[in-house]
Design a binder for this molecule. Structure first.
Ligand SMILES: Cc1cc2nc3c(=O)[nH]c(=O)nc-3n(C[C@H](O)[C@H](O)[C@H](O)COP(=O)(O)OP(=O)(O)OC[C@H]3O[C@@H](n4cnc5c(N)ncnc54)[C@H](O)[C@@H]3O)c2cc1C
Length: 689
């Protein structure tokens, strides 16, 4: 409902109100032109008048587009041609699960898009398919991720050739729908404490899979409630000694366990399956709980890449300790995290596109006797959406870099790269998914009441995406891994060790941190200086180095009285801030590189604009830290604020081009409020006028 009182104090008498009302209604019926005249757009921004940047959307989207756009278009075309496979707005949990399965089967068997082969051979292509599928229905994206990245990925990454030979085709063509059964009722994040056991029986040459207590029931397992026939089950490998009196715990390993009959689909003896029920979102995915009552599987079902058991019950591994084997096992599973970080950016692009297109169209209030203005002309609205748009671009390049590094890691198995990708995927997954989750609320709210209509997609996007913050590693836990990694490298640096690629900057900036900030540069406030990538990156790096140095000192101090665990907990917020600061530094560095590498001058200028906004907005958000140590003097702080404000306004002027460059097809941004050409008529049709 609109407010009864017109809050515009300068508006005139009743006749004027009526004529403005008519004018407004006619605007609803005849959508606004794509761009407003400059004068109107610059309301309250007289001091900012500068020529509008010309953005060649085609060139920009050409630069952003990955090499696998063709397969994404195949996905979009397939669903466009099969309306009966599109997810309706109102659908029950059971129908959604069945539809999701039919969508996946259609994609693989009818459209011939077979993602499994790309999981190992061309991860960038796999993630491109995942991105396209996720924007059609996120449940489908997750269902596909469970089948190919989690279940399939565990078989090919943790198993050996015999497993590939036996299972690859069945996983690929969906004859072997499967699950990834790691989490238990009592343990999600702390995977090393899992309690399910796999005890070797040397007499029958089998493993016995057992759930020792209710806390060890496998919980939340995707594909388990309805469709899964097999599962990779994570369990403690128990090895009896020769006289069978004692059993050695060899740590957590993965085993292939059939859970339903391949032909009849009946639950197999010894396996108990329950449904985890209705969820907040992602109801197209059938999550279930599994209990194993002494289920026997052949010895060959141990996924034995990092540890094996011989016929006579001897354990062998190329890795010397339980911890090393565990790290190697989890290290092979980072693909899921890479996929989530990448897909989360796709969600952010989608929500941002809907919110920004709508905000350009929607008009409320205006100066006396003038047409109403677009809500995106309000400074507050620009502040909500423009830094978000800049962040979306920043994340796009950072996650593309992550995918590139992940693919290189899969190709080379380079040890340093493995460590780098592990920390980078943990950090980006945590940072990006938390940011997107917050932004989905902002997007909904910035579209007012219409943002609340389910047809406009924010509800599903928000509910489906929310769990991205938790699965594949809880974000708070993942950020601690990043902080731990930084501290380890910091220690190595002082012991003369080498720093790997992404962390290289610490070598230089630690030195500059140890010296005092320069009082002269702390006062520089010229636009050229503030938009200089060197200033921006130095500021980010300085902050990370400072946080790293100070938390290392605090940890040392507290560990003498509290012990390692207690000291870590005492410094936990500090550690999380450090991890976020580091990830922001990596994101900015990759963004700056992407701007510099962009071959087209028009696209480069547009990217430079959003990159500057990203950098200065982040510095401004953390201005207290910079002021505290006099890295930035008061005059400079003020200049940063003013410039960030101005850049926000500049970005607003090319916001349409910037979202168009995401190149999302109409069947993805289907939200009626985002469809400018048909504008409200789409929406009014939808409700039945
Ligand atoms: C829809 C859905 C699908 C899933 N699919 C699968 C699947 O297919 N297969 C599978 O194996 N699992 C699956 N999971 C499980 C998922 O991976 C776990 O939920 C996740 O790992 C988190 O574990 P948890 O739920 O036990 O949370 P917990 O670890 O109990 O965390 C609860 C809270 O405690 C905090 N916390 C925990 N430890 C720390 C710490 N050290 N420091 C600070 N804070 C901490 C966390 O930040 C969090 O806020 C799924 C879950 C859901 C909801």
């Amino acid at each position: 409902m609109e407010p009864r009182n017109n809050p515009n104090p300068a508006s005139g008498d009743d006749t004027e109100i009526v004529s403005r009302r008519i004018e407004r209604l006619s605007l609803h019926l005849n959508p606004t032109p794509r761009t407003l005249p400059d004068g109107d757009r610059q309301i309250g921004m007289a001091t900012c008048a500068r020529p509008k940047l010309e953005v060649d959307t085609g060139k920009l989207s050409g630069y952003m587009r990955g090499p696998h756009r063709d397969v994404q278009e195949k996905v979009f075309d397939y669903f466009e041609s099969r309306p009966e496979l599109q997810t309706p707005l109102e659908i029950s949990k059971n129908d959604h699960r069945e539809l999701c399965w039919r969508q996946l089967v259609g994609l693989v068997r009818e459209a011939g898009i077979k993602p499994f082969r790309y999981v190992a051979d061309d991860p960038a292509k796999y993630f491109a398919i995942l991105e396209a599928i996720g924007s059609v229905d996120m449940s489908l994206g997750i269902k596909m991720g469970v089948q190919y990245s989690l279940w399939g990925g565990s078989v090919i990454n943790l198993g050996t050739q015999k497993h590939k030979d036996t299972y690859f085709d069945g996983i690929d063509n969906l004859d072997y729908p499967g699950c990834f059964a790691m989490t238990e009722l009592h343990h999600g994040s702390n995977v090393q404490a899992l309690q399910t056991t796999a005890t070797f029986d040397p007499i029958t040459d089998e493993f016995i899979i057992n759930t020792p207590n209710d806390g060890a029931i496998k919980w939340w397992i995707g594909n388990a409630a309805v469709h899964g026939k097999l599962a990779s089950v994570f369990a403690r490998l128990m090895l009896p000694s020769h006289d069978s009196k004692e059993v050695s715990d060899m740590g957590v390993h993965a085993f292939i366990v059939p859970i339903r009959h391949l032909d009849t689909h009946e639950t197999l003896p010894g396996v108990e399956i329950h449904d985890c029920g209705q969820k907040v979102g992602l109801n197209g995915v059938d999550n279930g709980a599994l209990r194993f009552n002494s289920v026997r599987i052949p010895r060959d079902n141990l996924l034995n890449r990092f540890g094996d058991v011989s016929r006579d019950g001897k354990y062998t591994s190329s890795l010397p300790t339980v911890n090393k084997r565990f790290a190697a096992t989890l290290g092979e599973l980072v693909g899921g995290r890479v996929g989530l970080a990448y897909s989360s950016v796709a969600v952010l692009k989608l929500a941002g596109t809907i919110a920004i297109r709508y905000s350009l169209l929607r008009q409320q209030f205006g100066p006396p006797r003038k047409p109403e203005v677009s809500i995106l002309d309000y400074q507050s609205h620009q502040h909500k959406l423009m830094p978000m748009l800049a962040s979306t671009y920043a994340f796009h390049f950072a996650t593309s870099y992550l995918v590139e590094k992940y693919a290189e890691m899969k190709r080379t198995h380079d040890e340093q790269l493995v460590g780098d990708v592990h920390a980078l995927s943990a950090g980006l997954k945590a940072y990006v998914t938390s940011y997107t989750a917050r932004s989905l609320n902002v997007c909904r709210e910035s579209c007012g009441g219409h943002g609340y209509a389910a047809v406009n997609r924010f509800g599903t996007l928000r509910n489906d995406h929310d769990i991205f913050q938790t699965f594949e590693g809880d974000n708070t836990v993942l950020l601690q891994q990043v902080a731990g990694d930084l501290l380890k490298r910091y220690q190595e640096k002082f012991q003369g060790g080498a720093l790997t690629v992404t962390w290289n900057y610490l070598r230089e900036s630690m030195n500059s941190y140890l010296s005092q900030p320069n009082p002269v540069t702390a006062r520089w406030e010229g636009e050229d200086h503030l938009r200089d990538p060197k200033f921006q990156l130095d500021a980010f790096r300085y902050r990370t180095s400072r946080l790293l140095q100070s938390v290392a000192v605090r940890l040392r101090k507290h560990s003498t009285t509290l012990g390692g665990f207690g000291a870590w907990n005492r410094c936990l917020n500090h550690l999380l801030t450090l991890a976020e600061s580091h990830i922001e530094t990596v994101i900015l560095a990759k963004f700056i590189e992407a701007v510099q590498n962009c071959p087209d001058p028009s696209a480069r200028s547009a990217l430079k604009l959003v990159c500057d906004l990203y950098a200065l907005n982040r510095i401004w958000n953390d201005i207290g830290t910079y002021r505290n140590v006099d890295y930035v003097a008061p005059n400079k702080a003020k200049a940063i604020h003013k410039l960030a404000d101005y850049l926000s306004f500049q970005v607003r002027n090319v916001a349409r081009e910037l979202v168009d460059a995401f190149d999302l097809p109409d069947n993805v941004t289907r939200a009626p409020i985002a469809m400018q050409s048909e504008a409200y008529s789409q929406y009014t049709n939808y409700v039945g006028f």
